[in-house]
Design a protein around this ligand. Structure first.
Ligand code: TXA
Ligand code: MG
Length: 337
């Protein structure tokens, strides 16, 4: 078994060399940690799928360090994509476009498109530059688990599986990038994130919001983004979303007793809960909730929680990203009180 090697920021060259030799390295980004390999090396990319236990049909995001890097990766870079790149890159926005021939099938999982993003985290961009190649990088969790937002989470999932992780501290955003496809007539939001639908609309006009963001897929339904059909972000505990106002939520949770029962709630709820409670931010601070959600889910497992009753935000602004992740962590198990 290979031990994980934590590389400090002053030692990035070592990590870049590993990547050019076809190895996998976990890198920090502003959203979540990513499990990176040379995106142009199909064999290295296939090892990402093995390390994560990721289904083969779920394509990867390609990370670049300069806007001009995109030119050789896509076969078309339309005006709306340029406008979004100019406005939001570097930053937590992924744009899907028709792919060029140099994208290996392992990256696109056989689709005719490729997802591209230019992260704002300086260490991420530096390592892309030093490697001299674009990096394919999914979130660095084992498939199905909450995405890692600090090195501790990466080690929990990847120790003995991946050789190196670059320590960039805690991720600022905490949920994965916003994903939008411009590879079809009407732009469509496929995954909500820190860059909101409202912000995107200001730049390129109306967009469609994919129904799979908030609703469970029907049996056999094929989503545009293959990742939407898989179980995601789930801790070991059973999570149930409890929709209702603060008082009704507290009454409900207080009626469920047991040492392994937890409330995953807001700061403002804590005083109302009689049993175990963990807050993931203030009620109207969606950015704080986004930053803390995945680490809170992992923390609940450490605390030994078996059943978690969670509050979910309104699905607006960055709240839509939090809502999208937490209903998946709960396997769409939602009750109204
Ligand atoms: O913030 C992020 O985006 C992080 C960091 C590491 O950059 N990465 C990340 O990657 O979240 P991953 O693989 O965990 O999620 C990528 C999502 C998946 O749901 C996948 O199905 C979708 O993007 N995706 C990738 N390429 C696609 C394509 N060509 N068409 C449709 N969906 C695509
Ligand atoms: Mg992921």
């Amino acid at each position: 078994m290979i031990k994980i090697l934590v590389i400090k920021s002053d030692n990035l060259k070592k990590a870049a060399e590993m990547i050019s030799k076809g190895k996998l390295v976990v890198i920090p980004t502003e959203t979540v940690y990513g499990l990176a390999a040379n995106a142009l090396d199909g064999k290295a990319v296939s090892n990402i799928f093995k390390a994560k236990g990721r289904p083969q049909d779920n394509p990867l995001i390609v990370h670049i360090s300069e806007i001009s890097d995109i030119n050789k990766l896509v076969s078309d870079f339309p005006e709306k994509a340029r406008l979004l790149a100019d406005k939001f890159w570097p930053g937590p926005l992924t744009i899907i476009l028709p792919k060029s021939e140099i994208i290996p099938d392992e990256v696109s999982a056989g689709l005719a498109t490729v997802a591209i993003r230019m992260p704002s985290h300086s260490l991420a961009r530096e390592i892309i530059k030093l490697s001299g190649v674009p990096l394919a990088a999914p979130s660095a969790n084992r498939s199905g688990s909450p995405s890692p937002t600090c090195v501790k989470h990466v080690i929990e999932d990847m120790d003995g599986i991946v050789e190196a992780v670059i320590d960039g501290g805690d991720c600022e955003v905490g949920v994965e990038s916003t994903v939008i496809t411009l590879a079809q007539d009407k732009p469509r939001l496929l995954r909500p994130g820190y860059i909101t639908a409202e912000q995107i609309t200001e730049v390129i006009g109306d967009i469609e919001i994919d129904s799979a963001i908030c609703d469970k897929l029907k049996d056999g339904e094929k989503p545009i983004s293959p990742g939407m059909k898989y179980k995601h972000y789930a801790p070991k505990a059973n999570v149930v979303i409890v929709k209702g106002n603060k008082d009704k939520y507290a009454d409900f949770v207080n009626s469920k007793t047991g040492s392994k029962v937890y409330a995953l709630c807001y700061d403002e709820d804590i005083a109302l809960i009689n049993g175990n409670a963990l807050s993931y931010g203030s009620e109207n601070n969606f950015k704080e909730q986004a930053r803390k959600l995945f680490s809170s889910l992992r923390h609940l497992d450490e605390l030994g929680a078996k059943i978690v009753y969670a509050r979910a935000p309104k699905s607006e602004g960055v709240g839509l990203a939090v809502y999208n992740r937490i209903i998946r962590a709960a396997g769409f198990n939602i009750i109204e009180v």
